[in-house]
Design a protein around this ligand. Structure first.
Ligand code: FMN
Length: 194
């Protein structure tokens, strides 16, 4: 059986004209060539409300527009998130999406003991992030806090692990050669389904 890979694009400005979109395409090309089963999701194209209450999170229905996305997450054995770093973390659009989709019954289940059962165990992930600052500054001065929150607080909590990360920094300064090299690196990740 081929590995199920879901690519989630989360640039609020959409796919076109952004390095994030090109990375998603490169990953998909590598994964398709290797024969993985692939699904893609561009969150910028989805219309969904913000989650407003604990009651809605725990007992409310998932918005209809997000049902295919939640099914794709349950189908996936490996999820690739691609987004730009905004104010040190994931764009609010992605957080809003995860608040709606990573809810009880899909991502985890509250048990009698109070310890949540992780429903997405067995799934792995990669986070691909573009940013304006140099990567070492993000890693060492900021402690990669934004992506660590996504890895540990959301994905690991649901059982998704390991969560690997690939960062691309100073992207405005990167010329065509550099970008081509980066796209090749991401295509190889797709080829290996990592
Ligand atoms: C609202 C906003 C906030 C941003 N915050 C950061 C930040 O905290 N750190 C950083 O390195 N780059 C930051 N950037 C730069 C983006 O990460 C960079 O523009 C993006 O990775 C490249 O995507 P693009 O295709 O939209 O240009 C920010 C950009 C925007 C628009």
């Amino acid at each position: 059986m081929s590995r199920h890979i879901l690519i989630i694009e989360a640039h609020p400005g959409g796919h076109d004209g952004h390095l994030c979109g090109a990375f998603a395409d490169s990953y998909a090309a590598g994964a398709a060539e290797a024969g993985f089963l692939l699904r893609r999701l561009d969150i910028s194209l989805l219309d969904f409300p913000l989650l407003r209450s604990r009651e809605a999170f725990e007992n409310g229905p998932i918005p209809e527009s997000l049902i295919p996305a939640s099914e794709a997450i349950q189908w996936a054995e490996h999820i690739v998130f691609v987004f730009p770093l905004w104010l040190g973390t994931m764009p609010a659009l992605l957080k809003a999406f995860l608040e709606q989709v990573f809810r009880p019954g899909i991502a985890f289940q509250y048990g009698e003991s109070g310890i949540a059962k992780k429903l997405l165990r067995g799934c792995t992930a990669r986070i691909i992030v573009t940013m304006g600052m140099p990567v070492p500054i993000y890693r060492f001065c900021f402690g990669a806090h934004g992506t660590n929150a996504l890895r540990r607080g959301i994905l690991n909590f649901a059982g998704i692990r390991p969560v690997r990360q690939t960062f691309f920094g100073m992207i405005d300064q990167a010329g065509p050669e550099r970008r081509k090299e980066w796209l090749g690196k991401v295509e190889m990740l797709g080829h290996h389904g990592k």
